[in-house]
Design a binder for this molecule. Structure first.
Ligand code: CO
Length: 422
């Protein structure tokens, strides 16, 4: 594979859940000589390359150039995407013929595109180990396992005019016929290479089995699950790895739980980033005064995908600031500061794009549409630094098969590298 977009799509294909995102980043970091630090051990640091994880679903990777570094240059994105989570005791027998699985929504997804396509299950299992303790095991049942079949149009003549989805009624996936009874955790245990009786607990999610693809008259588009936000995770990560050393400590941060408000121990609203910055400062033998000086010299790029103007719904976009796919990096603005961008942080980021020779464009919501929020302002409440909110333009956000431009990922990788080098 020769371009960053292809590598990004392969990364997403291999990362069906937030736990796989972190595991895949860890593998890449370890192969490049980054040393893993544990939060429950003391940090005695020298200049070098490190990473630390929390809950196996958030990660902060960083490089310290020298003890007298100037500031923290950071890019943040999120590891999670909306999905259906498998509930406890998930199997439900129906009409003596079917086994369905009981699920609930994680995040605010579009429900309709989850129907009538092959799905499977991935996530983590907590299993007993040999010493009366437990360990975490990643699992991905790598085959077509589940389906959420639609109700036929003949039984719901209004289906095309009044679509409504009740997750407890409409969205339960079919797992098998009656012979599948009691087998769900056999399938999961086998895929994880563990014994079913050793499974103590689980965080399992549905995922779409349809592979990422290029499409369009000139292959100008891509489609994949989880472009929000793994496209940003991957593009900024390549930029991070390739950037040359400067006077700043550079950090690549990926937080879990953005889709449910970030308010968890590993989310952007946790102390994870703040704790890590403080421990870097202290671990390398600097004073508190030096810490606050460094924070004042710092900058954060919050990278989370943005809405492209939709050809069928042009009126939903702002009349002027309407991002286009392949139009470059989207800088997001909001007067009420749901996006952190202000005149200063926007100017800094525009200079980065100019230096990187990549295009940028702007997004604002219509003034009568509240819009979404993202990581930047939440993280800024914990670590208050100059921040810009950006993303890549996409359609069908929070569908299990989203579309974006095939060139934008490369722009973001290049801008990220340039940012980390500035
Ligand atoms: Co997002």
């Amino acid at each position: 594979m020769n371009n960053v977009t292809e590598r990004m799509l392969a990364f997403i294909d291999g990362s069906p859940t937030c736990f796989h995102v972190i595991d895949n980043l860890k593998k890449e970091l370890t192969s490049k000589g980054y040393k893993e630090l544990k939060e429950n051990e003391e940090w005695k640091l020298e200049p070098g390359r490190f990473f630390v994880t929390r809950n196996d679903s958030s990660i902060i990777s960083f490089r310290i150039p020298k003890k007298e570094f100037k500031g923290f240059y950071m890019i943040a994105s999120h590891s999670d995407s909306p999905s259906f989570k498998i509930k406890e005791n998930p199997e439900m027998e129906e009409v003596s013929a079917y086994i369905r699985l009981n699920i609930e929504k994680y995040g605010g997804m579009l429900c309709a595109p989850w129907f009538d396509r092959p799905l499977s299950v991935a996530g983590r299992l907590i299993v007993r180990d040999k010493k009366d303790g437990f360990e975490s095991k990643l699992v991905n049942v790598d085959r077509n396992l589940l389906m959420i079949p639609s109700l036929a149009i003949h039984m719901n003549r209004d289906a095309n005019s009044t679509a409504k989805y009740n997750p407890q009624v409409d969205c339960l996936p079919l797992f098998g016929d009656i012979s599948a009874k009691g087998k769900f955790f056999d399938v999961v245990a086998k895929a994880a290479g563990v014994k079913k009786e050793d499974i103590l607990s689980h965080d399992l999610f549905l995922y779409n089995r349809v592979k990422p693809t290029f499409w369009g008259a000139n292959n100008e588009y891509i489609a994949s699950s989880r472009l929000d936000d793994q496209e940003c995770v991957y593009a900024t990560f390549e930029g991070f790895l390739e950037a040359k050393e400067t006077e700043n400590t550079v950090l690549h941060c990926v937080f879990d739980n953005e889709e449910v408000g970030s308010g968890t121990k590993q989310g952007a609203d946790s102390t994870f980033l703040k704790d890590t910055l403080l421990r870097i400062n202290e671990g390398i033998g600097r004073t508190n005064q030096q810490y606050f000086t460094a924070v004042a010299n710092s900058f954060m790029v919050s990278a989370d995908n943005a809405h492209a103007v939709h050809p069928n719904y042009k009126d939903k976009a702002d009349p002027v600031n309407r991002p286009k796919m392949n139009g470059g990096i989207v800088i997001k603005y909001n007067a009420n500061q749901k996006y952190t961008t202000d005149a200063v942080s926007a100017a800094k980021f525009k200079l980065v794009c100019e230096k990187a020779k990549v295009p940028y464009q702007t997004f604002t919501n219509r003034a009568d549409v509240p819009g979404g929020s993202t990581l930047g302002n939440i993280s800024a409440a914990q670590v208050s630094v100059d921040t810009v909110d950006i993303g890549l333009a996409q359609l069908a956000m929070h569908s299990p098969y989203e579309s974006a431009g095939s060139r934008d990922c490369e722009y973001l990788a290049e801008a990220s590298r340039t940012f980390f080098e500035s």
